[in-house]
Design a protein around this ligand. Structure first.
Ligand code: F6R
Length: 600
């Protein structure tokens, strides 16, 4: 059961893994191994642990101390009777460690986590109660943490605590679960319960008690997981990434479903935000990586359709520069996982300064969604591959819905114009399916480029975030140097990079797009072609102007200018995936990365 849960959570970190089981024989047994989960699985097959019905398991993304057996979790208390796992960073671990060393403790790892194991183990010896031991220790810890522990003297209990890191409860029948996300237990139950900030949870097979850090009981919201275990299975696909790209049209359709009627967008599910939309005088969109690029597209849409100034910022840059916010600023955070620590901290910072916060999130029960004033969920379903694909198009869709709703509330577009835009958005899933189904050409191009050392991506207007996203995908999973540029920026410096044979992928705007944008991009292509670049153009069906200047043309169906990015991104995702696969790389779990970045 533990290994099954870890398998579903492995995307969150995969440099080492471990389990601890309170055995039916009354002892505690642990096993932990550096490397991917399969190393631990093989080890356990060869030498199984004693059977038991209470246990904890962990997959790690190293922060303090390299990925070694010793640094893998669980860590033990100093009498070896308590085992503990941790997600996050204990920022004051050095002081606590010095104090423990002073009192004679011995450390067996370089992690920050071990201090918590030792401290809680010691408090248990005093109190004989695991939850009370947690209460005594958690307030001494600074930073972010989810901690779970089992003790061999309390064989049917798991205690957990969380501050700024994720933890959810799975409510079973005669059994209960804790997990960093619902994927860990969805095979056994779809009934789940959130755990709030600074709370401690004690689960037994037939009871759940949640308190705050002072031991006062608290009530939390229960929810039903919207998908079942099969949604997070690879099925017959070669990789999760391949499966998830193919699920993109559904991700868009499901994100629109129930939010559109009679040509208008209905966001009454976030009534609290909907009510203030007329008053908002500025919008700030926050996110990291792919989520940030979706935010850039949100900016283009909101400014174009609703005429409100929008800034987009990387979450981790935002809160360190004393940004100006007011009660009329709406802060929209974008996060697939809803757990990205940089974004969570930025949202809290914005709230402290009086802004209204809306979370665009793909994960039920996630911290950012809980902490925000309201959440608009993207219904992309679970995304397991580390590289974000279907979540990106779902995020853009959600931001477009917000933009259209803003335009309606503020009367910046006629009812007919809005209905046309809604129609175009609703047409995206079918067109996106066509793009994905006819991806053979880009896949073949990618497979022929496995020795390429550098690829540049160009785009303009809404093609620019897509160029950035295409470059990120290639760096991330194929380990190839890639950079995205605004096509107009090339002549200001980067054009020096062009030498004969340099691969350049250009996202070409529709000939019907904003003013003369198409002509300008075609000129940009000619400029790089004249300097020897090998050009792959992503262009609308029927666009003949690119033909004389591109070495290869990948066609996408006609879509109104703002909707083109939702189609153009798929070939770039497929390009990166096929190139990585051709290089023999693990497409789903690229080196050094983790799906959910819960440290700053
Ligand atoms: C890239 C990727 C990352 C994430 C970023 C934010 O493929 O997956 O850049 O987009 O780490 O993650 P979330 O959306 O979970 O906040």
């Amino acid at each position: 059961m533990l290994m099954g849960g870890l398998r579903r959570l492995e995307y969150r970190g995969y440099d080492s893994a471990g389990v601890a089981v309170v055995g039916d024989d009354g002892t505690i047994a642990t096993r932990k191994r550096a490397g991917k989960l399969k190393v631990l699985a093989n080890d356990l097959t060869e030498a199984p642990l004693p059977g038991g019905s209470t246990g904890i398991g962990h997959t790690r993304w190293a922060t303090h101390g390299g990925p070694t057996d010793a640094n893998a979790h669980p860590h033990l208390g100093d009498d070896g009777r308590l085992a503990l796992i941790h997600n996050g960073i204990i920022e004051n671990f050095a002081e606590l460690k010095a104090e423990l060393v002073e009192s004679g403790a011995e450390f067996h790892s370089e992690t920050d986590t071990e201090v918590a194991a030792l401290l809680i183990g010691r408090e248990y010896r005093e109190t004989g109660d695991l939850a009370e031991a947690f209460q005594r220790v958690v307030n001494r810890l600074h930073g972010a943490f989810t901690l779970l522990a089992v003790h061999q003297d309390a064989p049917d209990v798991v205690v957990g605590a969380r501050r700024n890191s994720p933890l959810v409860i799975g409510l079973g029948d005669g059994e209960n679960f804790l997990g960093s996300d619902v994927a860990a237990f969805v095979e056994y139950t779809r009934r789940a319960m959130e755990i709030g900030q600074d709370q401690i949870v004690t689960i037994r097979p037939d009871s759940i008690v949640v308190t705050d850090f002072a031991g006062e009981p608290v009530e939390n919201r229960e929810f039903e997981v919207a998908w079942d275990a099969s949604a997070s299975d690879k099925g017959g696909w070669s990789s999760f990434m391949a499966k998830e790209i193919t699920e993109s049209p559904d991700a868009v359709a499901n994100t629109i479903r129930g939010r559109v009627s009679d040509g208008a967008v209905d966001l009454s599910e976030i009534a609290r935000i909907d009510e203030v939309l007329g008053d908002v005088d500025r919008i700030l969109i926050l996110g990291c990586g792919t989520a940030y690029y979706s935010g850039m597209l949100g900016k283009y849409a909101i400014e174009k359709w609703a005429g409100i100034p929008v800034d987009v910022e990387l979450s981790h840059e935002f809160r360190y520069r004393e940004p100006v916010l007011s009660s009329r600023t709406l802060v929209i955070s974008v996060s697939q996982s809803g757990e990205t620590m940089d974004t969570l901290m930025a949202v809290k910072y914005a709230q402290e300064r009086g802004a209204t916060t809306l979370s665009v999130c793909n994960t039920q029960g996630a911290t950012i969604a809980r902490e925000s004033d309201a959440a608009l969920f993207t219904h992309a379903g679970p995304e397991v591959a580390v590289a974000s694909t279907k979540a990106f198009v779902a995020q853009v869709t959600a931001l477009y819905l917000i933009a259209l709703r803003l335009a309606a509330v503020r009367g910046t577009q006629s009812t007919e114009a809005l209905a046309e835009l809604v129609d175009e958005l609703q047409a995206v899933p079918t067109k996106l399916s066509q793009v994905i189904e006819s991806s053979g050409q880009i896949a073949e191009l990618a497979r022929g480029m496995s020795d390429t050392r550098s690829v540049l991506f160009l785009g303009r207007h809404v093609g620019y975030p897509i160029a950035l996203e295409g470059a990120l995908k290639l760096k991330e999973i194929a380990y190839i140097h890639a950079e995205g540029f605004a096509a107009g920026e090339l002549k200001h410096g980067p054009i020096s990079l062009i030498e004969p044979g340099q691969r350049v992928i250009v996202v070409v705007p529709s000939p019907r797009a904003v003013d003369s944008l198409h002509k300008k991009v075609v000129s940009n292509i000619q400029e790089i072609r004249a300097r020897g670049a090998y050009v792959i153009a992503i262009a609308e069906a029927g666009d003949a102007a690119v033909l004389p200047f591109a070495d290869d043309v990948i066609r996408i169906p006609l879509a109104g200018g703002m909707f083109e990015p939702l189609l153009a991104v798929a070939p770039l995702q497929i390009f990166a995936m096929e190139l990585a696969a051709a290089k023999g790389l693990d497409v789903d779990q690229p080196r050094n990365l983790a799906k959910s970045v819960t440290v700053e």
